[in-house]
Design a binder for this molecule. Structure first.
Ligand SMILES: O=C(O)/C=C(\CC(=O)C(=O)O)C(=O)O
Length: 299
């Protein structure tokens, strides 16, 4: 019998995503996705807030090839805590086609960091979403950020829009490039030009080292699939205002969705709505992730 059973309300990833109509440019990177277990091989963390369905590296590679991506950035999910073995295993098996974002604690050793670096880790994730993690004190996170900076890594940060005023100063003090997950999770029923999203735009405008993933319409939308029209103006605003500091990813296998499971092919078809020109698409999908994750290729 398997050691782990997914939560009773868990929605497994789409079993047969459609082939997108939008043809991704050569070299496109899915810059936000996860691997879960398999739990029998890479156990889920004792302190986790959810138990997902297994979603291993081979399934991720199949999705990559089906959608037309060339490469992946695999982000450590909170169900694995600070045990990065599933991500590292995927990176090592990827033949250089995946880079990773790890979660580490203050107790991480320099040897641990060096090993993660060799495997292809390019950053750490700080998660402030309260339903996912217990709070880590900011001084501990700042200490970690200063430890990883010399490796050329960056910080990926996940928070909800309501928490940005409290986190604003902390984020601006981080000594590395900072990549914000899912546009800082705006409430898309509020206006794009309103104060809530305005604060996020100000954060990016005033801090050239801060980037955003324009990801997760399926997580943010109130109107839902197939078009997620209420998310388009938010993502498009960031893509057009900060074309050199945006990334896109599927968020496969879509943890913790409660209303529906997206068809990943349809998610790819969302891209031309938020990046309407070939030049913007090239930056979003190829040039920007290459600068952050495969910088040695950039002349
Ligand atoms: O997939 C995501 O980015 C978002 C998540 C899960 C997550 O971040 C995690 O478990 O680490 C969410 O909102 O539940």
């Amino acid at each position: 019998m398997a050691a782990f059973t997914m939560d009773a309300t868990w929605l497994p990833f789409h079993p047969a995503p459609s082939k997108p109509a939008f043809v991704l440019p050569p070299g496109a990177v899915d810059a936000h996705c996860h691997v879960f277990g398999p739990g029998d091989e890479f156990p889920y963390a004792p302190g986790r807030k959810y138990t997902p369905c297994d979603a291993g590296k081979d399934q991720l590679w199949a999705l990559r090839d089906r959608l037309g991506f060339s490469r992946n950035v695999i982000v450590q999910a909170t169900c694995h805590g600070a045990d990065n073995r599933a991500v590292v295993d995927a990176l090592r098996a990827s033949g250089g086609r995946a880079k990773g974002i790890a979660t580490v604690r203050r107790s991480v050793t320099d040897a641990d960091l060096a090993e993660l670096n060799t495997a292809g880790v390019k950053g750490v994730r700080f998660n402030f979403v309260k339903r996912l993690v217990d709070t880590t004190p900011p001084d501990e996170l700042l200490e970690i950020a200063h430890r990883i900076a010399p490796l050329g890594w960056h910080v990926v940060i996940y928070f909800e829009a309501a928490d940005l005023p409290e986190l604003y100063e902390f984020i601006t003090r981080l000594p590395t490039t900072v990549v914000v997950d899912h546009m800082g999770r705006p409430d898309v029923s509020k206006p794009v030009a309103g104060p809530e999203f305005g604060l996020f735009v100000q954060l990016m405008r005033d801090n050239p080292h801060i980037w955003s993933k324009v990801t997760c319409p399926e997580r943010l939308s109130h109107l839902g699939p197939p078009d997620y029209t209420d998310v388009v103006p938010f993502a498009r605003h960031l893509v057009e205002t900060f074309p050199d500091r945006v990334l896109w990813g599927t968020d496969w296998p879509h943890p913790n969705l409660k209303t529906h499971m997206p068809d990943d092919g349809a998610l790819v078809d969302f891209i031309p709505k938020i990046a309407p020109t070939a030049a913007l698409q090239q930056k979003l999908l190829v040039v920007n992730p290459q600068r952050l994750y495969w910088p040695e290729e950039v002349a």
